[in-house]
Design a protein around this ligand. Structure first.
Ligand SMILES: Cc1cc2nc3c(=O)[nH]c(=O)nc-3n(C[C@H](O)[C@H](O)[C@H](O)COP(=O)(O)OP(=O)(O)OC[C@H]3O[C@@H](n4cnc5c(N)ncnc54)[C@H](O)[C@@H]3O)c2cc1C
Length: 441
């Protein structure tokens, strides 16, 4: 791959940051607060916002600039049906068997509530973030995957609102200008957002409601202090009656119990240079967010202004230089859209996500500290929802416990949070994808 691949002004930061860059905040730390929130992404800010709306004092402590985490780096696909990854919908996966059909239905309904929560929040708070509910298309990478999608469609529709449907290969071009997939499924309950504008909007609303915000203040200790906690940061300490941790893919030594339950991984995105709008819109005529059924999946979409393609994937699962993944993602983009040959890349970036051993998102309390974590790659709606739910739990306002609260949260013997096995796993998954595709002919 030559340097012709890159525009002259290529950047290794998110294209989203052109419109909504990261920002600093230096509110003075109070001696005491009702709630201290660790992490200033969707999870932390939505917790703070809900608390502040209910007249509760909150301080949000962010290790870097606000917007540093995955919340302003993601693909902006909003999904209400992403619960239970790794489940087939046929009821036969280990997670489905362990939880049982009823709990699984409850969790799937929780996915729908997560999306509704995001839509309510965007509208109620007047956040200008290019949100549009235009649905998703998931391409089947092999004919077998297409056949299995029938179970998934049935599972999603059993809950009522997903409006999922199979789309045979013969009609695929209605959704996407490619013959790369063997058909796929459409899901109406999905949408797209400008994630960095959403992050910025949440931050603005928190500020307006009096939340104290402090960037570049990594929390280094949380210690019990009577009925509350002392929270220590690099810029000072404060007492808090309650502590909430929303660090997801950036969870570190601060919370070893949580770290043992999360598998941090990286995801990567490239943005193409600007192109004429009609050329871009012809690629995905209904402007849906797209993903596929590969083990090492790709996800992509049009930029909200319809002038470029944003193409993402787990080009490798381990964190690394986004430039190293450009040739991989570019090749994958051309597999789907050979008509983009020659188009240059203007941005490439990466961010941290967190898998769980049961592929489910979790919220709960450990040693008195609230947490929400485990986005499994899709947390725009989910982590925002778990933040809102955690706040409502603290406020004692929940009508009933959140479906994701207090689930058994598995780890593995001897696992301490260092995912040494990721390169092996991603290599193995990529090989299995290639074998499946080769077998499909
Ligand atoms: C490239 C990429 C593409 C993605 N695409 C999608 C998508 O299309 N759709 C979707 O639904 N999801 C997607 N995701 C996942 C989604 O972005 C995340 O699930 C979501 O943003 C997680 O939000 P969060 O608030 O939990 O964590 P984050 O936004 O990651 O925030 C965690 C914050 O905690 C801070 N922190 C960590 N430790 C400390 C400490 N000790 N003290 C203070 N602060 C600390 C970090 O600096 C960070 O800012 C993607 C993620 C990536 C990286």
């Amino acid at each position: 791959m030559t340097t012709d691949l890159y525009t002259e002004d290529f950047k290794d930061t998110p294209w989203w940051w052109e419109a909504a860059p990261t920002s600093d905040a230096d509110d003075e730390l109070p001696e005491e607060t009702e709630v201290a929130v660790v992490g200033g992404g969707f999870a932390g800010l939505s917790t703070a916002l809900e608390l502040a709306r209910n007249d509760t004092e909150v301080v949000v402590l962010e290790a870097e600039a606000f917007g540093h985490g995955a919340s302003s780096r993601n693909g902006g696909a909003v999904s209400g049906t992403n619960v239970g990854k790794g489940t087939s919908g046929a009821g036969n996966s280990p997670v489905e068997r362990a939880l049982g059909a009823e709990k699984m239905r409850e969790l799937l309904a929780g996915g729908g509530q997560a999306m509704a929560n995001l839509e309510t929040l965007v509208e109620r708070e007047g956040i200008d973030c290019d949100y549009a509910r235009r649905g998703r298309f998931t391409g089947a990478y092999t004919p077998t995957h297409y056949a299995l999608m029938a179970h998934k469609v049935a599972q999603l529709n059993a809950g009522g609102e997903a409006e999922a449907a199979l789309l045979p290969r013969s009609e695929q071009r209605r959704e996407i200008a490619t013959d790369f997939y063997f058909g796929g499924m459409t899901i109406e309950r999905a949408g797209g957002v400008h994630p960095a504008k959403l992050q910025m909007g949440l931050l603005r609303r928190c500020r307006e409601l009096g939340v104290r915000l402090r960037s570049h203040a990594p929390v280094t200790g949380i210690a019990r202090d009577g009925a509350g906690f002392v929270v220590t940061t690099s810029v000072g300490s404060l007492r808090a009656r309650q502590v909430v941790v929303g660090t997801n893919g950036y969870t570190g030594r601060l919370t070893p119990w949580l770290r043992r339950r999360l598998i941090p991984a990286a995801s990567y995105i490239i943005a193409t240079e600007e192109m004429p709008e009609d050329r871009v819109r012809a690629l995905i005529p209904n402007d849906r967010v797209i993903s596929d059924s590969k083990r090492v999946l790709n996800y992509y979409r049009l930029a909200p202004d319809g002038r470029r393609v944003l193409f993402g994937g787990r080009a490798r699962l381990a964190a690394g230089d986004p430039r190293d993944c450009v040739p991989i993602l570019y090749r994958q983009m051309l597999d789907v859209f050979p008509q983009l040959q020659g188009v240059r890349v203007s941005h490439a970036w990466t961010g941290g996500i967190a898998f769980t051993f049961d592929f489910l998102p979790h919220m709960g309390v450990h040693d008195g500290v609230h947490y929400m974590a485990g986005c499994n790659g899709s947390g725009v709606a989910m982590m925002t929802y778990l933040g809102t739910q955690t706040a409502q739990k603290i406020l004692g306002q929940q009508n009933r416990p959140c479906a994701f609260d207090g689930l058994g949260f598995p780890s593995r013997p001897f696992y301490t949070g260092h995912p040494w096995f990721l390169p092996l796993v991603s290599g193995y998954y990529a090989l299995r994808d290639r074998m499946d595709r080769a077998a499909a002919g």
